[in-house]
Write a new protein. Structure first.
Length: 97
């Protein structure tokens, strides 16, 4: 797997909407209509987290979900983080329909 270079990270980040990298952590806050949608969103990502063996640091406050991603074992961002971020964006669109 391996940690992504700064150039690779920058290139991958440009392909995402609303995500930021700060101190080696990829993060984004999602907002939904209500608590139920926020929970549906989080629950929809659990199978992917298990499949990738890559579990996000995330929190929920009513209709908001904050996701923070990094690969601790690699000391920074990897493909797993961006794969999860892309899936989260798709899941958010699906839930919000």
């Amino acid at each position: 797997m391996g940690k992504l270079s700064e150039d690779d990270t920058t290139n991958r980040l440009q392909q995402l909407m609303g995500w930021v990298v700060d101190d080696g952590v990829l993060s984004k806050e999602f907002r939904f209509e209500d608590f139920t949608e926020a929970m549906k969103f989080m629950n929809s990502l659990v199978p992917l987290a298990e499949k990738l063996n890559h579990h996000p640091d995330w929190s929920n406050s009513y209709n908001k979900v904050l996701i923070k991603l990094t690969t601790h074992s690699e000391g920074g961002l990897t493909d797993k983080d961006f794969t999860f971020a892309e899936a989260a964006d798709k899941a958010a669109i699906t839930i919000s329909r």
